[in-house]
Design a protein. Structure first.
Length: 222
């Protein structure tokens, strides 16, 4: 015995029900983009430059695994989005079982919303940090970085911070000639974030230290 489908309510509620899947796929991603752009606009309006993060260095193997997982995840969810949004045809297979499809869609929405929340939390974590204390750390390596569309370039420092687990890295936008000589140690004015991490508010090169090696320079692409 056939059962008649429930009528779709008229007005905006009916429109939402009719396009619920498409909205669930697109709206979280659009929200993430809008929030990130708003955060950048907010910084520009405040005239605030966020201090660089002094974060644990990641070895290349771990970084490549992370990038591979992110790419695979994006590919999987891209295929899911195409499968859910496309218009079914008579020659095309139908969607996976209902629970699986809606479960994957829920994961998609949660991941984008989590990214949006993290973007806000990341900016709030560093805004208004108070000066902490000075740390004199051994400079293990230095790599000059050319400017890009998203960065002014500068120098990437690799510093040994035993109290916080070993090798750390920080991007210095305007390195001095003394810093480019790659001294043995660098003195940093560090401050803890509101919830996590460390940030560099200022840095100096101790006068007594001399260069120990030739700095590595990356040439900007032509």
């Amino acid at each position: 015995m056939d059962t008649a489908a429930a009528p779709v309510p008229a007005g905006w509620l009916g429109w939402l029900r009719r396009y619920a899947v498409q909205l669930a796929v697109l709206v979280p991603a659009v929200l993430w983009v809008v929030v990130r752009e708003w955060l950048q606009w907010r910084l520009a309006q405040l005239g605030v430059a966020l201090p660089p993060s002094l974060s644990p260095a990641t070895d290349p193997a771990t970084l490549m695994r992370t990038v591979a997982l992110v790419l695979l995840g994006c590919l999987a969810f891209g295929l899911l989005a195409w499968w859910l949004v496309r218009k079914p045809g008579p020659a095309r297979p139908r969607l996976p079982p209902g629970r699986l499809a809606w479960g994957l869609l829920a994961v998609w929405v949660v991941l984008w919303l989590a990214g949006t929340v993290q973007a806000v939390r990341s900016q709030m974590n560093v805004l208004g940090v108070q000066p902490g204390h000075s740390e004199t750390l051994a400079l293990v390596g230095l790599r000059q970085t050319p400017p890009t569309r998203r960065s002014t370039g500068g120098a990437q420092l690799y510093l040994d911070w035993p109290a916080q687990g070993g090798l750390h890295t920080v991007q210095v936008e305007t390195p001095s000639s003394a810093l480019l000589q790659q001294p043995r140690r660098v003195q940093l004015q560090v401050a803890p974030g509101r919830w996590y991490g460390w940030y560099v508010l200022d840095w100096t090169v101790p006068d007594a230290e001399g260069p120990v090696s030739t700095p590595t320079t990356d040439k900007a692409p032509t």
